[in-house]
Every structure is written in C-alpha cells, then in structure tokens.
Design a protein around this ligand. Structure first.
Ligand code: ZN
Length: 441
C-alpha cells in the first residue's frame, strides 16, 4: 500500500478566497476557472483587511477548520456547523433575500464602488392577477442606475400577456381601466416574441464578467416579479425547444436597497437610517415625480395616463432615491438622470468634481491601467466642456427638490423619448457633457 499522500494545507489567503467565493458568486460574479479567477477579485479585499482580521484566517488555516473545506458559510460569513445549519433553515426566505442586499451593499461600500455600481430597477404591469397566483405581464420597464450617474439606460416593452384564464376577462378589463389602460386583448404594440424579450432583459442585465445582475423591485411587487421572470423563461422555451429553461434572474428588494443606500451614506449618522424598511415604500408611493416631464412611455403619454406607466414607476424609483441619497454622497443631481430636467437650474445644479470611477478592476493590470486613466481624466477640465460654464459650485444640487417638487408637478407631461436607451453615459467624459446630450433631445 502506497504511503498516504500528505495533504497540502491552505494558507490564510487561500482560506479567505474559499470563504469569499460563494459570497462573490451570490453578488453576480462568475468564476468559470475556479479559484484562479477569484484571485484578482479577492486581492484588493485581502489587502484591505486589518492584521487582526488576516490573523483570523491564518489561524483557521493552521487549525484546518472544516468550514473552509465545505465552503459553506452563512451570508455573514459565519461557518455553518450542524446546529447553525438548522437555525439557518428557520430563517425565512425573505430574510435571506434582504441579507443578500445588505451584504451586497456592504461589499461595494468596502470596495468604494457603491456610488458607481449599477443597479437595475424593474416594474411590471399585469393584465390581471388570478387567484391561482398568476400575473401575466403586459408592460415592463427597467432602468440601469447608479448614485453617481443616475439613470444610465432604460428598457421598456409591451408584452403580450397571452390568453387570459377563463373567467377573468371581465376582471382584466376592470383592472386595465382602473390602472394602466393597456387593453388585455389585441393590443397592437404588445410583443409576443418572448425569446427576444427574455434575451433583451438578459443583455440589459449582463455584467462585465458575464453574470446576470439582479432585478430590484419594490416589496409589494416581489411575488409578481418572481412569477413574471419565470413566465418569460417558460414562454421562451415553449417558442424555442432549445431555449435554456434555467432562469438566470434574481429578484431583490428595492426597498432594502434604498434603506441601505441611506444607511451607508454615513454609518455613524443614525438620522440617515429610515426607521424601517416598510416605511421606505411610502417614499416611492408618494409618486413625487409621477407628473414630471419625460417619465412615461409615448403610448401612455398619448393616453394621458402617465402615472401607471411602468417607465414612470422605475424613473420615479431612481429620482426618489437620488433625491434622498445623493446629497449625502456628495453627488450632484443630473437632469433626466437623477431628477426631471425641468427642475434643472443652472444656479442650483453643480458638477461633482469627483473623478468618475470604473467598476471593480479585475486584475492587477487593470488596476494599474485604471489608475493611469484616472490620472488622465483627473487633469484640468477642458475649456469647451460645459461643466464650468453651465454650473456654479461648489455645493450640492439639491434642496430644491424636497421643497418645491409638489408645485413643479404638472399634469401635462411632454412626449416621452426614451424607449430603449437614455443618453449615453460616457464614462470618463466630463459630466457636463451628459447634460448637453440630454438638453439636445
Ligand atoms: Zn407605458
């Protein structure tokens, strides 16, 4: 019998990587080549650990703790022994989803990318809700949003809800008339190419590393959204036999994200904390921006029904969050990105002098390259960028919103232009250019 091969022990760094891998995956990272792909993402995180924190991992490595081998930890990084596994089971699914959002925000905050990271907010209109818990969709809107850039991109679509379940035709008609007005049957703009729609959503959510970013919806829409993304995948596979039946979509709590944005603006300032996540919904439901210009899709503008449009809803999420968070991150509000353009006022809007950051560099080379790029972009602003001319600083472009929004609300919105894309984000360009793009619309 050959002598037993002595197993090579992990060092502290390996332990850390194995611990982080599942967490990073839950945040959307993909590591097709295993741990070697984890290294570039983990390096900067490891370097940020205090000597005491590193010592903890070294100790686990020396003791050969089992949790590392199993790679099973709870979302806070606590190893799951048998007893804890039992406890974990008891935590409701809802709490786990909330915890994921909390971990995600903490992670980006540690990386100092919380303000530049893009999150995706979604809203769905449905033709009817049945007692069988079916929610066939008829309209969808998603925005790509960061605190720094505001709304970078929009996706909007009318969806063919398909045959309405027997006995629900009247209810569907009533629901349409009392809300979004979209006809439940025979709507000429409805798209029935579910493969194309599902693929477009995937593309919209595609992350630089190939993963699919989660969709954030308000808590009251959670069940509906979970049903609809599955419904889209199912419909797609009915149209195309070869279509991947595994849903890549994840639905997260937008209320929790908003809550965490505020909390992380200054962890030491309890005043920034909303008293509860449930109360966050009130801010969205106020619909402070429902009647602003350029909120709804063109069809809803023509219908003179802007408030129920999915596009209005997602833009309202973005503007409400910007209104109540950007100030505390020292970020200026950009028209049609953080707030409706009509609120923009040269005297009140300033260009944030902060250097625009790229999203997490993956390798040391990228870190170096990024640094070089930053040095270039951090140079003096070119005279013909409108930033210096259009804006007066320093200060923060807020204060007007909280007070005068109600009075600026107008029931006669202009025509919406953004169906698929908002003005290009143009990272690395002077932020003032974005305004020019917007104004030229
Ligand atoms: Zn609409």
């Amino acid at each position: 019998m050959p002598p037993k091969k002595k197993q090579k022990k992990d060092n502290g760094y390996m332990v850390f990587m194995k611990y982080m891998k599942p967490q990073l995956e839950s945040q959307g990272h993909r590591f097709p080549r295993g741990l070697s792909d984890v290294i570039p993402v983990c390096n900067p995180l490891w370097n940020k650990l205090s000597p005491e924190e590193k010592a903890k991992y070294h100790q686990i490595a020396r003791e050969g703790s089992t949790f590392v081998k199993e790679e099973r930890c709870d979302t806070r990084g606590v190893p799951l022994n048998l007893k804890e596994k039992e406890e974990q089971k008891k935590i409701s699914e809802k709490d786990q989803v909330l915890q994921k959002v909390e971990d995600m925000v903490s992670y980006f905050a540690t990386q100092e990318t919380l303000d530049s990271h893009y999150f995706h907010f979604a809203h769905f209109n449905i033709s009817v809700a049945t007692s069988e818990k079916e929610y066939p969709p008829c309209e969808l809107a998603i925005v790509k949003f960061s605190l720094l850039d505001g709304i970078a991109k929009c996706y909007h679509e009318f969806i063919e809800p398909g045959q309405i379940r027997l006995g629900y035709a009247h209810e569907a008609k009533l629901h349409s008339e009392s809300t979004h007005n979209i006809p439940p049957i025979g709507f000429k703009l409805a798209n029935s190419n579910y493969v194309a729609i599902t693929d477009k959503i995937k593309e919209f959510l595609r992350q630089p590393d190939g993963g699919i970013a989660p969709l954030f919806v308000v808590d009251e829409d959670n069940a509906k959204a979970i049903y609809i993304v599955d419904w889209l995948v199912r419909k797609s596979s009915q149209l195309d036999d070869a279509y991947d039946t595994v849903s890549p979509f994840r639905i997260y709590s937008l209320n929790k994200l908003f809550y965490e944005f505020r909390r992380h603006a200054d962890l030491n300032n309890p005043k920034l904390r909303f008293s509860s996540i449930a109360l966050v919904a009130d801010h969205f439901n106020k619909g402070m921006f429902f009647y602003s210009k350029n909120m709804a899709c063109q069809w809803h503008v023509e219908e003179d029904n802007v408030t129920f449009c999915s596009l209005t809803r997602v833009r309202n999420y973005a503007y409400t969050i910007s209104d109540l968070c950007c100030e505390y991150y020292g970020l200026a509000l950009l028209p049609n990105r953080h707030c409706p353009a009509e609120i923009a006022d040269d005297n009140k809007y300033v260009v944030d002098p902060k250097v625009i950051k790229e999203e997490e560099p993956k390798t040391q080379d990228e870190v170096k390259k990024k640094k070089e790029e930053e040095e270039i972009s951090a140079g003096p602003r070119v005279p013909n960028t409108p930033a210096a001319a259009n804006f007066k600083g320093p200060g923060i472009g807020r204060g007007i919103l909280g007070g005068s929004m109600a009075s600026s609300a107008t029931p006669s919105p202009g025509r919406s232009q953004a169906i698929e894309t908002a003005p290009a984000a143009g990272r690395g360009r002077g932020r003032g250019l974005l305004l020019l793009d917007d104004d030229s619309d």
